[in-house]
Design a binder for this molecule. Structure first.
Ligand code: PLP
Length: 406
């Protein structure tokens, strides 16, 4: 008995020596605990979901037979892998950009299985472990994870609001360090809806850093503005990688097809293209049938984009009409994209507001801290929400704030 326990102790010791060697990487570690909102949603499912960002769940009519027949192509049975993607597909993308007065060489178009993959490829192209990328805040919450999974440090630079959103250029310049390898832009940004402006692009060009510009929401302006740039690809100086994709532009995230387009000084684009070839060739992740279908998709997506734009405009108008100048809630200016941001009285925390809306009113909205707003109290509403749900959700939310502050 004593011997048995002695043996098992030795085994346990050997086991623990082996356990001292980590099994998992640091970069894949994360806090799996649920936040208070996730727990509250489990207990009280939302009656009115104003966070909807999946267009396939938003009640739009898709031309399903045409979409499926675009995939039905015998040519897709041949496998001719090209790290950049099928040449005809890349030409169709370059042609579409040309219609918007954006000139991109089809050889500088790379197809990826979604923009997240494009980001990961670009981080691999530009950064060694421990290098830094400047990322906007508030913005797309996925940057933190994308950076971490490639051992890159995401260093925030602020977007500031003074009736309109701007890049805080002084703070952005101050955030540049010897390890900075590029600047991320989202235009229009998620969730602020702010587009990159001409003077901001000019200031960014002075930094001599590669620009990664996410333009997946660019087809959804809520108004025109001559001071904005249509795309960072308009830059005549910087090495620019602009990201587009079916996920938002055609409202087909399940097609998993995005494209990154590059422009810049020839000596840099030539080497970048060669290196991206190796990175993309290592995965070859975009399915051939989808690549063949894309040129047809670019035609089919027009009515879908229009229907989405109509809803975004309608919900944005309805929201503006509901919030008067004497309201304790203010609506921040959004120039485009899928989201609206409301500033709430700081009489209670952002988290408390969001939990109250859910638990007392059945309304689910996202708190500003999900997107790294610098201060409280903001909530973000999806303008993609079907109209009736949106209106009722807004009514309940505004009534709750009125009741709390009166
Ligand atoms: C800024 C931004 N880029 C890209 C995406 C979508 O990326 P994907 O093409 O990987 O679906 C989202 C989705 O919400 C987004 O907010």
């Amino acid at each position: 008995m004593a011997q048995a326990s002695h043996d098992s102790l030795r085994i346990a010791k050997r086991g623990s020596a082996r356990d001292a060697r980590p099994v998992f990487s640091q970069r894949s570690a994360y806090d799996a605990r649920k936040n208070s909102l996730a727990l509250a949603l489990e207990a009280t499912p939302a009656q009115l979901d104003l966070t909807l960002s999946n267009p396939t769940h938003a009640g739009f009519e898709y031309p399903v037979p045409e979409l499926l027949s675009a995939l039905h192509n015998p040519a897709a049975h041949r496998y001719d892998p090209d790290p950049r993607g099928l040449p005809a597909t890349r030409r169709a993308i370059a042609q579409r950009l040309l219609q918007q007065a954006l000139r991109v060489d089809p050889d500088h178009v790379f197809l990826t299985a979604g923009t997240s993959e494009a980001y990961a490829h670009l981080f691999t192209l530009l950064c060694d472990p421990g290098d830094e990328l400047l990322v906007p805040a508030p913005s797309y919450p996925l940057f933190e994870h994308l950076a971490r999974l490639t051992d890159v440090n995401a260093v925030p630079y602020p977007l500031v609001y003074d009736g309109q959103w701007h890049i805080d250029l002084a703070q952005l310049r101050a955030a540049v360090s010897p390890r900075t390898r590029g600047v991320l832009l989202v235009s229009p940004n998620n969730p602020t809806g702010s587009y990159l402006k001409q003077h901001e692009l000019a200031a960014l060009e002075q930094l001599n850093l590669p620009l990664i510009s996410d333009e997946v929401f660019a087809d959804y302006p809520l108004r025109a503005d001559a001071t904005r740039v249509m795309s960072a690809l308009q830059s005549e100086r910087a090495l620019v990688f602009s990201l587009f994709g079916l996920s938002k532009q055609a409202a087909l995230p399940q097609w998993k097809l995005a494209w990154l387009c590059m422009r810049g000084p020839r000596e840099l684009t030539t080497e970048a293209a060669q290196r991206l070839d190796l990175i993309c060739d290592t995965y070859l992740s975009v399915a051939t049938p989808t690549q063949h279908a894309l040129p047809r998709m670019l035609e089919l997506m027009q009515p879908i984009t229009q229907a989405i734009r109509a809803r975004l405009e309608r919900n944005s108008r309805a929201l503006r009409a509901r919030i008067g100048s004497s309201s304790p809630v203010s609506l921040l200016d959004a120039e485009g994209g899928f989201y609206a941001t409301l500033r709430l009285p700081r009489t209670q925390t952002e988290e408390r507001w969001v939990l109250d809306f859910l638990q007392l009113d059945g309304v689910h909205v996202q708190p500003g801290y999900f997107f790294d707003f610098a201060e409280e109290a903001y909530v973000v509403l999806s303008l993609l929400t079907p109209e009736a749900t949106f209106d009722e959700g807004v009514t309940r939310l505004l009534a709750r704030v009125e009741q709390r502050v009166s």
